[in-house]
Design a protein around this ligand. Structure first.
Ligand code: NAP
Length: 290
């Protein structure tokens, strides 16, 4: 039986990071600009600590400055907002990222919206979400950006293809649907109230799962020849698995992302890309070629 091509997100992200490193070096040599990314981490969530450490390493490796601010789990909202405002005002900081999840006493939406949209490298402020909706240039969320890049390694022109996005979060599903619409796909957004998920998925040329439920999408949900992007990360025992039953889907798909090693590595790469873009745009420079 046919087996899908595996979309090697790790290798594609590495190549993207090398191009970002080149753009950073050029900003430094031509304009004496070294982009700076500030990450705010609140509390003791072990997974968040790992993410923040990895982001710091990747930032430095790409030739940028990494700034980390750690606050205690019982930090007050006013304290976090004051820190974000300081980072907004700091000219050496080009990107501000507040690591999610925030402790329960904090209104995450309020904190995110304090970030200067020009420095909002996660693309999650109302201003940047609105720009994406309007089709105006802004900073776009990283995981959906990475997903679209992966799709385009398989199919350059997406116009007219039917994309089904499962999940409608602000972080992934909604922005990914808008980006695929901007690529002229016909987009269906599926979610927990979708009546016949299997049948909806079977009509997809591009099937993107961003749910957070291990192997929810079975092999027979996949149309023969579809491109499958599995955004989900689910811990099952010691293993990380996606939202898609990989073995089953790979029998029918044309190409599929593995978990881990698919969308995950693209997220950090796109964060670095947004930081370089933010650094250039804030100074009125053209977008670097990446
Ligand atoms: P989320 O905010 O929890 O959203 C999940 C979405 O899935 C919701 O829209 C929900 O629908 C939908 N859903 C839940 N059960 C469903 C079902 N049975 N059938 C169809 N839809 C269903 O999650 P998220 O932040 O978007 O993240 C989704 C997954 O991606 C998680 O596993 C997360 O860890 C992963 N993720 C990965 C990366 C990466 O870098 N690879 C980045 C971000 C997230 P309703 O809206 O109707 O509730």
């Amino acid at each position: 039986m046919a087996t899908a091509d595996i979309i090697d997100g790790k290798a594609i992200a590495e190549a993207l990071r090398a191009r970002i490193g080149g753009a950073t070096a050029e900003l430094a040599s031509r304009h004496r600009v070294v982009p700076g990314l500030a990450v705010v981490l609140v509390g003791d969530d072990p997974a968040s600590h790992v993410y923040v450490r990895n982001k710091g390493i990747a930032t430095k490796k790409a030739g940028m400055r990494s700034i980390e601010h750690r606050l205690a789990a019982d930090a007050r909202e006013a304290e976090i907002v004051a820190l974000v405002r300081r980072l907004n005002a700091d000219d050496a900081v080009d990107g501000v990222l507040v690591q999610m999840p925030l402790p329960p006493q904090i209104d995450a939406h309020r904190v995110i919206n304090e970030i200067d949209p020009a420095k909002d490298v996660d693309g999650l402020t109302e201003a940047n979400a609105g720009r994406l909706l309007l089709g105006v240039k802004g900073l776009e969320p990283c995981t959906p950006q990475g997903s679209v890049i992966l799709i385009k390694t398989i199919e350059k022109k997406l116009a007219g293809l039917h994309a089904v996005v499962i999940g409608r979060s602000i972080l992934v599903g909604k922005p990914l649907s808008l980006m695929l619409l901007a690529e002229n796909c016909t987009v269906t957004m599926a979610h927990s109230r979708t009546r016949d998920l299997a049948e909806t998925c079977r009509s997809a040329d591009i099937l993107c799962a961003a749910v957070g439920k291990a192997a929810l999408i079975k092999g027979d949900f996949v149309k023969s020849g579809a491109i499958v992007i599995d955004v989900g990360i689910n811990r099952v025992g010691e293993r990380l698995i996606g939202d898609v039953d990989f073995a089953g889907a790979a029998q029918r798909a044309r190409a599929i992302t593995p978990v881990p090693g698919g969308v995950g590595p693209m997220t950090i790469a796109c964060l670095l890309k947004n930081t370089v873009l933010a650094a250039a745009r804030r100074r009125g420079l053209p977008d670097p070629e990446i």
